[in-house]
Design a protein around this ligand. Structure first.
Ligand SMILES: NC(=O)c1ccc[n+]([C@@H]2O[C@H](COP(=O)([O-])OP(=O)(O)OC[C@H]3O[C@@H](n4cnc5c(N)ncnc54)[C@H](OP(=O)(O)O)[C@@H]3O)[C@@H](O)[C@H]2O)c1
Length: 342
């Protein structure tokens, strides 16, 4: 396979679902893949999986007069700033921040076992600008470039518009839209320097069909799609490509990870109706295809020197997107309402 964008890929989050599938699929295609998770150092092939104790390394930024080496937790004082790495001892299971205080303190990338043929996990919270920057700087320091970025990190919040607080709406956008924006902003200077790159933004068919009781989710994905459209033209002269991938319902941890608005409980005027609609979407997701179909769509974009602006995943959804162009919007709204029992 011709690697138009080099050999280094970053898949934001790779601990589960679509992202895990994407990251592992790209490894199989021969790419060196960095995956991210907030739960560093939880990862495939991670020394911190299992019963430990196990050893890895963590980049540390501290204040002082020279490179510092030690064992976490680390307290560095002085005139700095100084950047170095320290060995870190991780205990036990993969579910928590077992790598300790230094990582929490500097909120920076945490490296897992760097095994050939596996995804290298680093820590990233897309809601933190510092965390995103630290992770990207870390890869650049090691590899000199990031050729491909798959912006996958995302989550859904369900509930009626009226029951959604501004904070909940912001959280939804902070992860799905601003998270994508943060990653793009920090990776672009490096891609521009190299004169090549591919940014793949994970959207959703929902961005095209305003699903009831998922308003902030579909709005955040629609925002990602529009930003991607603008970006595609902005980057045309820099040799950097942008592609949006639109999965439909896919069987992942997304359903279980969905948050519900606080005011949407039994006291809400929408309780009965939203419960019915959300049950439909949960059933559709759990009956959806394996995330490998999305990973293959991502790979299709990567294989092309000029990837399309949008890839809708799955024949059925492609047909829906095509039909959307033909019918009046009020009819589309009526059909979507019927599908979700409104
Ligand atoms: N599943 C579907 O039906 C479906 C359909 C259309 C589109 N999508 C989109 O596909 C993408 C992947 O979803 P998925 O189905 O694979 O869901 P998933 O299995 O729930 O994975 C989502 C992951 O996003 C990560 N995440 C959440 N907030 C984050 C943050 N602030 N910073 C970094 N990572 C964060 C979490 O990883 P950590 O906890 O490890 O950090 C979480 O495990 C999302 O953008 C989603 O909107 C999914």
């Amino acid at each position: 396979m011709k690697k138009h964008y080099g050999n280094i890929a970053l898949v934001t989050g790779a601990s589960s679902g679509i992202r895990k599938s994407c990251a592992e699929y790209l490894v199989r295609l021969g790419f060196k893949v960095y995956g991210t998770s907030r739960k560093a150092p939880a990862c495939q092939g991670d020394p911190c999986q299992g019963d430990g104790p196990v050893t890895g390394t963590v980049p540390v930024t501290c204040q002082g007069n020279g490179p510092v080496t030690g064992t976490v937790p680390v307290t560095c004082q002085g005139d700095g700033p100084v950047t170095g790495t320290v060995p870190v001892t991780c205990q036990g299971d993969s579910s928590g921040d077992s790598n300790g205080t230094a990582v929490d303190a500097v909120d920076t990338a945490t490296e897992s076992a760097d095994q050939p043929g596996s995804v290298t996990m680093i820590r990233m919270d897309v809601c933190s600008d510092e965390s995103v920057k630290a992770a990207i700087d870390y890869i650049i320091e090691r590899e000199g470039e990031i050729g491909i970025v798959v912006n996958n990190a995302g989550m859904g919040i369900a509930g009626s518009v009226e029951d959604t607080s501004p904070e909940e709406a912001y959280l939804q956008f902070d992860t799905n839209f601003f998270g994508t924006h943060r990653v793009i902003r920090h990776v672009l200077p490096h891609m521009r320097k190299k004169g090549r790159g591919l940014i793949i933004n994970m959207s959703s068919v929902g961005a095209l069909f305003p699903i009831p009781f998922q308003s902030t989710y579909v709005a955040s994905k629609a925002a990602v799609e529009l930003m991607s459209g603008s970006l595609r033209n902005e980057l045309r002269n820099f040799g950097i490509k942008v592609c949006v991938v639109e999965p439909g319902d896919t069987k992942t941890g997304f359903t279980g990870n969905r948050l519900f608005v606080k005011e949407g409980g039994e006291g809400s005027a929408y309780y009965q109706q939203s419960s019915r609609s959300i049950a439909v979407m949960e059933k559709d997701e759990m009956n959806g295809p394996d995330p490998i179909v999305v990973a293959k769509a991502v790979a299709r974009a990567i294989k092309r020197k000029n990837p399309p602006a949008f890839i809708t995943v799955g024949f059925g959804y492609k047909v829906l997107v095509f039909l959307k162009r033909l019918v009046p919007r009020s009819f589309e709204s009526f059909v979507v309402g019927k599908m979700y029992k409104c």
